[in-house]
Design a protein around this ligand. Structure first.
Ligand code: IDP
Ligand code: MG
Length: 139
């Protein structure tokens, strides 16, 4: 089952803009089923842990501040080939390099405030999903 699942966040700046609903429509129209979803805010400590893999990167502190700056929408999504297909749907990390029609091309402001998160592997999708949702919250 887990190879059919990915994890996403609609990032704080994008939720604040009021376009979370529009992005969820695109996600559902692309064939993803919502397995779990909530609006929540990470503490700086929680954001630091979520992005621990990027600890040595120059953008880490800014990223932690940004991702804990306001409420975000966290969700687990299900579809065949979920991780790869969702990365295709959202586009490149830097919206300047994202393909036309992708969520980041449509909604990202810049490489940091790039609208959405998408897991990069089946293993990380499961880790990230359980970071936000217990088993009882995944349908
Ligand atoms: P991804 O979100 O496309 O998987 P990662 O390399 O995993 O990209 O980076 C995690 C997040 O860190 C990005 O989504 C973005 O918000 C931020 N980020 C990545 N690269 C940069 C950068 O060069 N400058 C500022 N922020 C960055
Ligand atoms: Mg990543």
């Amino acid at each position: 089952m887990s190879e059919k699942r990915t994890f996403t966040m609609i990032k704080p700046s994008t939720v604040a803009e009021g376009v979370a609903g529009a992005i969820l429509v695109l996600i559902q129209e692309a064939g993803f089923r919502i397995v779990a979803m909530k609006i929540t805010q990470m503490t700086p400590q929680q954001a630091g842990k979520f992005y621990e893999v990027h600890k040595e990167r120059p953008f880490y502190n800014d990223l932690v501040t940004f991702m804990s700056s306001g409420p975000l929408v966290a969700a687990i999504l299900e579809k065949d080939n979920a991780v790869e297909d969702f990365r295709t749907l959202i586009g490149a990390t830097d919206p300047a390099k994202a393909a036309p029609g992708t969520i980041r091309k449509l909604y990202a402001k810049n490489v940091q405030e790039n609208a959405v998160h998408g897991s990069d592997s089946d293993e990380n999708a499961a880790i990230e999903g359980f970071f936000f949702f217990s088993g009882l919250e995944q349908f």
